[in-house]
Design a protein around this ligand. Structure first.
Ligand SMILES: Cc1ncc(COP(=O)(O)O)c(C=O)c1O
Length: 476
């Protein structure tokens, strides 16, 4: 039979009785440690290696199982045994000796290094994407849309989508939206880059940003030549007292602050609006997960308080999937033309088929139905999370992530490290790139993106998270 490539393996084995297994194990460990067998290398099947070495297959199976348990190798049914992809897996690694006192890596006893499930914040369950509804919408668009639409379209987006979005955000978020003020963009990030450019062109030099807040968004503003002074976030949201005399705008996440998850309190909303009116300033309302509120009525959009001062921004990244790269701005009249100029100068635009398909989805009520469905699934996950974790979560009333405060930055790092060995990818408030303030002044917490795992992996993710917390605890 033909041998698949790369499966010959040279190892010296001591064939004396009682020494065979031990010597094979040592020889393999030596080859792994020295790098002679680099990460990802496929090893021969146990039957072939046993035949090549003239030893029993059972011995090879036992040796492989031992090295898998130690993290040197990974084994998956159907895809054979390979050298572990993460070299760190081969060191002794942190053990789960904490409160549980088990002194072993989780899952080691099961004989395999588990595939990691991710609890990264900022993601929906992309496995829940409504494929059938989207496919039907695209088919309808391709068969019935006027071919004129395949031409260069209006820079602000096709009328059909602008009308659908205006109706949707007015109905669900209380936004004061006229289709003429809607601008379709390639996700919030693209919208923010355009806003940065437009504001910069109007003479704005600083856009205040939340601390903590997404560094990715600050960098987009920097790229437009804008400074981003911090607005400290507390239990009632961003502090308007942080607005500097030079600020021309502020970027806010009022409905569910990212990452703290708090809601911008009515008094602070009023103070930001008052500042914008008095200083001819603008507020950028990033309503990235506004559809997902569980305990009470969603907090209405800030934009409704001052449509001439607030840019409302929505995105399909949480409601459908980040890879859609679809979003929308509802803009004050004074920003409309500067934004059109920014779109034209940068040559950006959104593909028409996606625009028409999304309009179709919204108009037929499929978009709402999808959101209701996933909201129910996320609400269930959230309830399980709250029930199984040993301490209260914060920021849990809305959105797709919640915070589990922990004792120190060191402890946060340890939980993440142990999670890595337990097969659950955890992310920390202290360590993530959210901050303006120096590291000594940052609180520590796990930021749990409970929507991220696909439905079939959710229980596993939760079990592993609980196992890690149980073993390590939440404080030193
Ligand atoms: C705070 C915040 N704003 C906006 C977005 C959406 O960005 P985009 O539409 O560019 O995917 C995200 C997504 O992770 C986010 O976390």
């Amino acid at each position: 039979m033909e041998q698949p490539k790369g499966l010959d393996l040279h190892v010296d084995v001591d064939r004396r009785p009682g020494r065979v297994g031990r010597s094979l194990e040592e020889a393999l460990r030596k080859a792994l440690r020295s790098g002679r067998l680099p990460a990802g290398t496929r090893l021969p099947g146990s039957r072939n290696l046993a035949a090549d070495l003239g030893i029993s297959r059972g011995t090879v199976v036992q040796v492989y199982a031992q090295l898998i348990a130690e993290g040197w190798l990974v084994g998956r049914p159907g895809s054979g045994t390979r050298v572990s992809p993460t070299p760190a897996a081969a060191d002794t690694g942190p053990t789960m000796e904490g409160r549980a006192g088990r002194g072993r890596r989780p899952d080691a006893a099961a004989g395999h290094r588990p595939e990691a499930v991710d609890l990264r914040p900022g993601r929906p369950d992309i496995g829940a994407f409504p494929r059938a509804a989207w496919a039907s919408a695209v088919r309808r668009v391709l068969t019935s849309a006027d071919p004129e639409l395949w031409d260069y379209g209006p820079p602000t987006g096709l009328t059909a989508l602008r009308e659908a979005v205006a109706g949707y955000v007015a109905r669900t978020r209380g936004v004061r939206a006229d289709p003429g003020r809607v601008i379709v963009v390639g996700g919030f990030a693209a919208g923010l880059a355009l806003l940065g450019r437009a504001l910069s062109g109007l003479g704005v030099r600083e856009v205040a940003t939340e601390d903590p807040g997404l560094d990715r968004h600050r960098r987009l503003l920097h790229a437009a030549g804008l400074a981003t002074p911090p607005l400290e976030v507390g239990p009632t949201g961003a502090d308007p007292d942080g607005l500097t005399a030079r600020a021309g705008a502020a970027l806010l996440t009022p409905a569910h602050q990212h990452p703290y998850g708090v809601v911008l309190a009515p008094r602070r909303r009023a103070a930001f609006v008052d500042w914008a009116r008095r200083h001819d300033g603008y507020l950028i309302e990033d309503d990235y997960d506004g559809e997902f509120r569980y305990d009470q009525q969603p907090v209405g959009a800030l934009q409704a308080l001052a449509p001439d001062r607030v840019v409302y921004a929505g995105s399909a990244s949480k409601s459908l999937a980040p890879g859609m790269r679809l979003g929308w701005l509802v803009v004050p009249a004074a920003l409309h033309d500067p934004l059109v100029r920014a779109i034209e100068e940068t040559g950006t635009g959104v593909p028409v088929i996606e625009q028409l398909a999304l309009a179709d989805l919204i108009e037929r009520g499929e978009y709402d139905r999808h959101i209701r469905r996933v909201r129910l699934a996320y609400r269930r996950r959230r309830a399980e999370l709250v029930r199984r974790l040993p301490a209260p979560l914060s920021g849990v009333a809305a959105g797709l992530h919640a915070l589990l405060p922990v004792g120190s930055a060191g402890h946060e790092a340890r939980l993440i490290e142990v999670g890595r060995y337990a097969g659950v990818r955890l992310h920390g408030l202290h360590g993530l790139a959210y901050w303006h303030r120096p590291s000594g002044e940052r609180p520590a917490a796990l930021v749990l993106g409970y929507a991220t795992p696909p439905q079939h992996a959710w229980q596993q993710a939760l079990d592993r998270l609980v196992e890690v917390i149980d073993a390590v605890g939440l404080a030193d």
